[in-house]
Design a protein around this ligand. Structure first.
Ligand code: CP
Length: 361
């Protein structure tokens, strides 16, 4: 018998506690509590297009700000009340668009939104040049997702406001990578600071192809910043050349040892972090690689291994892992709203408005 919705709702008790691994943001600010404004100032008025724009100090200062925001250490409800963000998503999204909008609303700003290209002038063949002019008129910042790699760069040519790249084709997804590292550094803050003895350095497994998966690529680019404390990165992919030329040049110039493997099961015993994604852009569309490398609660993971996944997931990541401490992926998605608040405050140059003087370096 199907019970009426009203009856089901009246029987539920709501508990909005996150499941999985929920590390305390305080660890990120314990080592160096003051925010370096001079470092964050580098992003004021800038578009955020690529993980390549971040060095370790800039990333760490941004993540410290995100940690303060998550811990609600100072009021921010009016910080951006005179600002409007356009969330222009020409490709589907659950997390990125909603967390950008939620971030803006947390800061007292306003949002206008495109969630489907077909509801815009694109359906009539409107050019990015003209769409860009409209963003200039209607908003102070624009978060964009587009199927075409070249679209964000092209839009920037016509914009007088900053653009935040929410994913451009198979190229990059920098704010996702920042959220990935926010989750990881909350879990192991010591990775961000100094050089650890060898036995404490991370072994990271990446299931995916950095050469044509934007989340994996942007994550790996930021991983290279932590070469002092990452021992190995192993790429698990069915593709002959998972890195591609651009990423290969970056990894060749970095001290982290990069390995390739097709044997995930044999490798599980030494991986501290597993970053997985199964959606790749190949040719002219998205393809799913769900079968070759899968994880579930029976997988022989180390007790303290954590799993990151940018989501949406397919069969590669079984829901039986959701209620385990291996699940850092929900925290990764949850943290995105604090990371995107930190990004918005920084790009608008509004950090001094919210961070108390005693916390400014
Ligand atoms: N992580 C991510 O980009 O998710 P969405 O596609 O839902 O935005």
């Amino acid at each position: 018998m199907i019970r009426p919705a009203a009856q089901v709702a009246s029987e539920q008790t709501f508990n909005n506690e996150q499941i999985g691994n929920c590390p305390d943001p305080a660890g990120l600010i314990a080592h160096s509590p003051k925010i370096r404004l001079d470092v964050l100032e580098r992003l004021r008025g800038q578009s955020i297009l690529s993980s390549a724009q971040f060095d370790k100090p800039l990333l760490c200062e941004l993540l410290k700000l995100a940690a303060y925001l998550q811990l609600k250490k100072f009021p921010v409800a009016h910080a951006l009340e005179d600002r409007i963000m356009a969330a222009a998503f020409f490709e589907p999204s659950t997390r990125t668009r909603l967390s950008f909008e939620s971030a803006m609303l947390h800061l007292g700003g306003k949002t206008i939104s495109v969630s489907d290209a077909k509801t815009t002038g694109v359906a009539k063949g409107e050019s990015l040049r003209d769409i860009g002019q409209m963003f200039n008129s209607y908003a102070d910042v624009v978060a964009v997702r587009h199927t075409e790699q070249s679209a964000v760069q092209e839009l920037c040519e016509y914009l007088r406001i900053p653009l935040l790249n929410g994913g451009n084709g198979s190229d990059e997804h920098p704010s996702q990578a920042i959220a990935d590292w926010y989750a990881l550094l909350k879990w192991r803050p010591e990775i961000a600071f100094g050089k650890l003895p060898e036995k404490f350095r991370l072994n990271i497994g990446i299931i995916g192809t950095p050469g044509n998966m934007r989340t994996v690529k942007s994550f790996l680019m930021l991983a290279l910043l932590f070469h002092d404390n990452i021992d190995h990165i192993t790429i698990f992919s069915e593709m002959a050349d998972p890195l591609g030329e651009e990423i290969r040049e970056m990894t060749n110039a970095n001290p982290i040892s990069i390995n390739f493997s097709q044997d995930l099961k044999q490798s599980l015993e030494y991986l501290d972090v597993i970053y997985m994604n199964a959606i790749a852009f190949l040719g002219d569309g998205y393809r799913f690689f769900g079968d070759a490398f899968t994880l579930n609660s029976s997988s022989k993971l180390k007790d303290d291994t954590v799993i990151l996944h940018p989501l949406a997931r397919g069969d590669e990541l079984d829901i039986s892992l959701d209620n385990t401490q291996h699940n850092l992926y929900f925290n990764q998605a949850d943290g995105a709203v604090w990371v995107r608040q930190a990004l918005l405050l920084t790009v608008f140059g509004s950090v001094p408005k919210v961070v108390p003087d005693e916390l400014i370096a």
